[in-house]
Design a protein around this ligand. Structure first.
Ligand code: KIV
Length: 288
């Protein structure tokens, strides 16, 4: 039992010694061996610590915090200062429990589109706030920016398919890459992003067969699906969605892991387990 002077207040227990800190090399190894990567969003210290204790491999401080925490109707109003604020909270939560999870933070809308130098400055701010990797949305023009940041030692996660920061240009939150031309463009972007140094790629709302094909084509870049079927290297969900709490209607691909569970940590463990054994998501996720 811990002595009173070493006991963490508010129940923040250190992570089990057996869980080694996640690294880029370990993520690459999981991808190569086919061990599924379980990722969730986190926006505060306590949930970050609990998710880490539940075995989540990667935590994403997503700009979805605009909707989830700030009550905005899209991610477009989220600023870099806000992202640094929440990233710092999550990073400190992980530090408090000597957490193992790999921490990724979103570059928000307007913080990287202007130039690759602007992207590098914004990424630096997020890394200094505690992120280990930054995520940015889009293909094509982002390739040069990804290369610029990767060459300067910033691990980068790309994001293709439904890219919420460009929801107005895309015409809504809908499945991307349904037709042959857009599927081919997405595959080409994925290869170019990998060649530019992206170590991870989120595929959001793309048909499962396309996500499977892209994953099979990429050897050095793990794919993380959300509404993209089960063949990706891992899965991500917005934590609040999988705990069954949302302001609006959750997307159809979300599963409520709180249903039938004894509490939040158990629900998070059930999510990790379901991602690892491939029972989440269902493969008919595109019946929506
Ligand atoms: O902002 C976010 O939470 C995300 C994930 C849903 C992939 O980008």
């Amino acid at each position: 039992m811990s002595s009173p002077d070493t006991a963490a207040p508010y129940g923040a227990a250190p992570a089990p010694a057996s869980r080694k800190a996640m690294t880029l090399a370990r993520l690459a190894d999981m991808h190569a061996r086919g061990e599924k990567i379980a990722m969730l969003t986190a926006y505060d210290a306590t949930f970050a610590a609990v998710a880490d204790g539940a075995g989540v491999d990667c935590l994403l401080v997503g700009d979805s915090l605009g909707m989830v925490c700030q009550g905005l109707d899209s991610t477009i109003g989220v600023s870099l200062d806000t992202m640094c604020h929440y990233t710092g909270s999550v990073a400190r939560g992980l530090q408090r429990v000597q957490g193992a999870a790999w921490l990724i933070a979103d570059l928000p809308f307007g913080s990287y589109q202007e130039s690759r130098e602007q992207a590098l400055r914004s990424a630096t701010a997020l890394m200094q706030a505690g992120a280990r990797m930054v995520k940015l949305e889009g293909g094509g023009w982002t390739v040069d920016t990804v290369r610029f940041m990767s060459e300067r030692g910033i691990p980068v996660c790309a994001h293709l398919g439904l890219t919420p920061q460009t929801v107005y240009a895309l015409g809504g939150y809908r499945v991307q890459g349904r037709d042959e031309a857009s599927a081919a463009r997405l595959s080409q972007d994925a290869r170019a992003l990998q060649d530019a140094g992206a170590a991870m790629l989120v595929l959001e709302m793309v048909p499962a067969p396309l996500a499977r094909a892209v994953t099979a084509e990429l050897s050095r870049c793990a794919t993380i699906g959300i509404g993209a079927g089960r063949a990706t290297s891992g899965q991500v969900l917005v934590m609040h969605d999988m705990l069954g709490i949302h302001l609006g209607r959750p997307p159809k691909f979300v599963r409520n892991f709180m249903a039938g569970s004894g509490g939040i940590e158990e629900a998070l463990r059930a999510y990790v387990h379901a991602v690892k054994d491939g029972s989440f998501p269902d493969d008919d996720v595109h019946a929506w």
